[in-house]
Design a binder for this molecule. Structure first.
Ligand code: FES
Ligand SMILES: [Fe+2]
Length: 468
């Protein structure tokens, strides 16, 4: 927990009750695993059913912790940005005392969207409809013609801006939950918390987001974005232009010794070493000689500050971290935070920010930006390929919709199941992280008969990761 953030706010609102799961009729199981044949299949209705989408919103998005944003997006008192989570418009701001606050972006009077700017700085929010004004702490500042409410005791107090039941932060990453009974954030993050800490440790002085957000809509289900991030198998074929570019600049991409981990609670991690360089951490020829010197100096500083072992984990590996259900952290090339906001079963909004060292010399920052956008930016060598993949899957699976032939309307994620049977650590180019995600997901949505498992299931899976 960091200063300036209250764990739970002064008001607690009722969480939205869940629809009766038994009302949902899916017909066939959503996830089917067969331990004799070593197959794992996902029902494609999971990507296209609006009924399942509605169920997810209730059972996942309104129950779990959601990534809201980074504390450094609102660095000064009265700074604000707007955001949407679980379809609900929000204001993410600091009050005049510098405390981080999150309000529903909805006027308590009659519900109008209150803040219509995407970001800015203001001590007051004024509703355009009847001109009620609210302080950045949520209190009512002014109500025109207020004497008309005389007699209603504590009227102003009941008209404060509405908060989200839970708000907490870990290493600058701010999470909210619409569920007052959500577990403490650190319990929820579990093993994923350590990887957020390691991000903060990358540079003495910590990290900050750069102003500006990349916002794009994808015509695909949100789970396709999760799968894609955990899918090392697609890297070389899908991003062959990028792989070729690296090869020409003197860096050979490899899939060897790279692993996928299920971290528990639906979170997962890819650990990559042969993916490509990382600014200030892993040098490669295209970064140039000046960056080589900076990288060596930074490595020495990290060893001094963190010790050799920790510096190894922080510095020598690229990570792709998924925090269930809406945060993806791409610690490759540079550091890119990605937030998923499902809009419909076949539509997802994605927001992305660059996370950079608070203290960084101008030449290094410029190289970082150029490198990051060349790969994970919306016009980079990777992101458009990946978006094309989500959208092509979403279009392609329509071919088997409602096809009654057994097993046809399923996608296969069996790759590397044999390792799970043997208790061998799964590789990043296998589909173990996806299977872990889907097992967690089907449990979270809680649809009766959602999962079908047959054959001799291994008594234990390799989960998590040992760090010395
Ligand atoms: S709805 Fe906002 S002041 Fe009336
Ligand atoms: Fe990709």
């Amino acid at each position: 927990m960091r200063d300036g953030i209250s764990r739970s706010m002064h008001e607690v609102e009722e969480a939205v009750p869940m629809a009766d799961a038994a009302e949902l009729e899916v017909g066939t199981p959503l996830v089917v695993e067969d331990w004799d044949r070593l197959t794992f299949r996902v029902n494609r209705e999971a990507y296209r059913s609006e009924q399942i989408f509605a169920r997810e919103r209730e059972a996942i998005w309104l129950r779990h912790w959601l990534y809201l944003g980074h504390e450094t997006e609102t660095p000064k008192p009265n700074d604000f940005v707007v955001r949407t989570l679980a379809g609900r418009p929000l204001i993410f701001c600091r009050d005049s005392g510098g405390q981080v606050r999150v309000f529903l972006n909805s006027c308590p009077h009659r519900g109008t969207v209150l803040c219509r700017e995407t970001q800015g700085s203001s001590k007051l929010f004024q509703c355009f409809y009847h001109a009620w004004r609210f302080r950045s702490s949520g209190e009512v500042a002014a109500i025109p013609d207020e004497q008309a409410y005389e007699g209603a005791e504590d009227f102003r107090e009941t008209m404060r801006l509405r908060v989200i039941p839970r708000l907490a932060s870990h290493e600058g990453f701010v999470f909210v939950s619409f569920n007052p009974d959500a577990p403490p954030l650190l319990d929820y993050l579990g093993a994923a918390a350590e990887y957020l800490t390691m991000v903060q440790e990358q540079h003495d002085g910590g990290m900050q987001t750069l102003p500006g957000v990349q916002l794009y809509g994808v015509r695909g289900n949100w789970k396709l974005a999760v799968e894609n991030a955990m899918d090392g198998y697609h890297f070389s074929p899908t991003h062959n232009t990028f792989v070729g570019y690296l090869r020409e600049s003197g860096f050979a991409v490899t899939d060897d010794d790279q692993y996928a981990y299920n971290l528990g609670n639906g979170h997962s991690l890819l650990v990559l070493t042969g993916h490509g360089g990382r600014i200030s951490m892993i040098w490669e020829p295209r970064f140039g000689e000046d960056e080589r010197e900076r990288t060596e100096a930074h490595r020495a500083e990290m060893v001094e500050r963190l010790g050799e072992r920790r510096a190894h984990y922080v510095g020598d590996e690229s990570h792709i971290l998924f925090v269930f259900p809406n945060l993806l952290l791409f610690d490759i090339e540079g550091l890119s935070i990605r937030q998923l906001e499902p809009v419909a079963a076949d539509q997802t909004d994605v927001r992305a920010w660059q996370l950079v060292p608070r203290v960084e010399e101008a030449a290094a920052r410029a190289l970082r930006m150029k490198t990051v956008v060349s790969f994970v930016g919306p016009g980079g060598l990777a992101t458009p390929d990946d978006i094309e993949a989500y959208e092509a899957v979403q279009r392609g699976i329509n071919a088997t919709a409602a096809d009654a032939r057994a097993g046809l309307d399923y996608s296969d994620m069996s790759r590397g199941m044999i390792d799970e049977v043997k208790g061998v650590q799964g590789r990043s180019i296998d589909e173990g992280a996806m299977r872990g995600f889907w097992r967690w997901w089907v449990d979270a949505v809680g649809i009766p008969g959602g999962q079908q498992s047959s054959g001799a299931r291994p008594s234990r899976f390799l989960e998590g990761r040992e760090m010395a």
